[in-house]
Design a protein around this ligand. Structure first.
Ligand code: ATP
Length: 282
């Protein structure tokens, strides 16, 4: 999907985006061009070091790009903002606060920095309760983070990120630390959240199956220098179910993307070298 095919303003727009870290031998990002439509779910995959997290952090306003343009809803990104929330692999919950207190924490902070009426506070409280329900956390409302499994803790972190109803959710390997079964549940949960909240989601992962199951498009990045290699539209209905992972078109695309990651990462050469060495040793 390019800007030309979007009849609405993109949520996020990267034009010839580039970034080199101080002292970096290679740019972390070069010539990144990407438009992300409102309510789109885009996944970023690629070999280690191809710039996935850097791109996400630039979108979050946590890193400054040094070339090109990066806009959120048409406005240049100058830093973090209430229109974007970020979820990391490690849940970073406040251990001394309960689940509901963790979810409300952002609102409590902003209540100290802005004038708030009692109806604001009531609305925030209703939003926190709605998010508890959405994330299936009702039963653990008053529990502390150390009483919860990793999957539950990540649900709390996502609910907290959603508290201020950000139009854009940026997720950096959010399920990377979870076991396979919990990840599957989280996949269906985040797809449900995406439908309910109508958020735009950019999601970084190492897992191609996860990228295909969740994404409307999979953006494959390549390293040295970090860049976009290929953008794959996912040929599945918007509403997914686990059985689709076995569909021939899903498996064929998964294979194609894995192969391309091997090609672009240098991994293939390493594997060929290992094969030659073991043949020589035999
Ligand atoms: N804070 C930093 N300072 C200097 N170089 C950095 C910094 N963060 C990342 N880099 C470099 O920028 C490049 C891209 O890193 P980045 O973490 O964005 O890649 P990635 O695709 O997210 O990697 P991974 O999949 O391993 O998390 C790498 O070469 C990395 O070493």
């Amino acid at each position: 999907m390019t800007l030309a095919t979007l009849d609405v303003m993109p949520s996020l727009c990267c034009r010839a985006l580039g970034k080199t870290y101080p002292g970096g031998k290679q740019p972390a990002l070069v010539d990144v061009n990407l438009d992300i439509a409102p309510n789109e779910f885009v996944t970023l995959v690629g070999a280690s070091g191809c710039g996935k997290s850097t791109l996400l952090r630039c979108m979050a306003g946590l890193e400054r790009h040094d070339q090109g343009e990066l806009r959120v809803c048409g406005q240049p990104i100058a830093g973090p903002g209430p229109d974007r929330a970020m979820v990391f692999q490690h849940y970073s919950l406040y251990p001394w606060l309960t689940v509901i207190e963790n979810i409300r924490f952002v609102r409590r902070l902003s209540a100290h920095t802005r004038d708030r009426s009692s109806s604001d506070v009531e609305a925030a409280s209703g939003r926190a309760d709605a998010l508890l329900r959405l994330m299936g956390l009702d039963a653990v409302r008053d529990a502390y983070p150390n009483q919860l499994s990793g999957g539950m803790q990540q649900r709390v972190a996502i609910a907290r990120a959603l508290m201020s109803a950000p139009p854009i959710l940026l997720m950096d390997e959010p399920f990377g630390a979870l076991d396979a079964q919990t990840r599957e549940v989280m996949h269906d949960l985040i797809a449900h959240v995406h439908r309910q909240e109508r958020s735009t989601i950019v999601f970084v992962t190492h897992d191609v199956e996860e990228a295909l199951y969740l994404g409307h498009r999979v953006v494959l990045m390549a390293p040295r220098p970090g860049r976009i290699d290929t953008i794959y539209p996912v040929p599945l209905p918007a509403r997914r179910n686990q059985d689709m992972k076995l569909a021939p078109e899903f498996l064929a695309l998964k294979r194609e993307i894995l192969e391309r990651i091997r090609d672009t990462s240098g991994m293939k050469t390493d594997l060929e070298l290992l094969e030659k060495l073991s043949q020589a040793a035999a």
